[in-house]
Design a protein around this ligand. Structure first.
Ligand code: COA
Length: 150
């Protein structure tokens, strides 16, 4: 039976290696940066924090998102992946639900934003099913920007 919730735990020094060892499928490697790169990125973007996505008593995925408002006025999900072994079990949808739940407490959080490469249909479907909408805006590199309105 599918789980009905996942837990997000901050990536601490002790959790780093497990996080770095998570990988999407080979054919998805061009859709998201490696988790080691994302952890490095997290240290530079001071508004964002990296979380392990936990289910089945294991870390099944990784998500990096803003825990404080970004200077552009939005809260961004910057990186997101589920390890290939754990895909297709609903964990991504549950993880997005958790992020929305966490950010609902923030009075200054009016929009959560995320972007993806145009051909990432799975990510687009997942975000739309989770309540995100097209903004009609794109990043400088052509990535499509979606928004969840709180
Ligand atoms: C995108 C990703 C996180 C989805 O993870 P997942 O755990 O497999 O997703 P879920 O099982 O929660 O599925 C959520 C929805 O995604 C869509 N989806 C998932 N796998 C799919 C597939 N193989 N084909 C089409 N749609 C799919 C479905 O709409 C699904 O909802 P449904 O079960 O109600 O139909 C995962 O595929 C991944 O890590 N991809 C590589 C990295 C990436 O693209 N990250 C996003 C960058 S913005």
């Amino acid at each position: 039976m599918f789980q009905t919730n996942v837990i997000l735990k901050l990536i601490t020094k002790e959790r780093e290696l497990e996080c770095i060892n998570l990988r999407p499928r080979e054919d998805q490697l061009n859709l998201v940066a490696s988790n080691s790169d994302s952890l490095l990125h997290a240290t530079k973007e001071i508004t964002s924090k990296p979380f392990g996505i936990y289910a089945e008593d294991s870390m099944v995925g990784f998500i990096l998102f803003d825990n404080e408002i970004y200077p552009d006025g939005y809260y961004w999900i910057l990186r997101f992946m589920i390890d290939e072994k754990y895909q297709g079990k609903g964990y991504a949808k549950l993880a997005i639900k958790e992020v929305i739940k966490k950010l609902k407490n923030r009075i200054d959080c009016k929009q959560i934003r995320v972007s993806h490469v145009p051909h990432n249909i799975v990510a687009n479907t997942l975000y739309k099913k989770s309540g995100f909408q097209d903004t009609g805006e794109v990043e400088d590199n052509g990535d499509i920007i979606l928004s969840y309105y709180m």
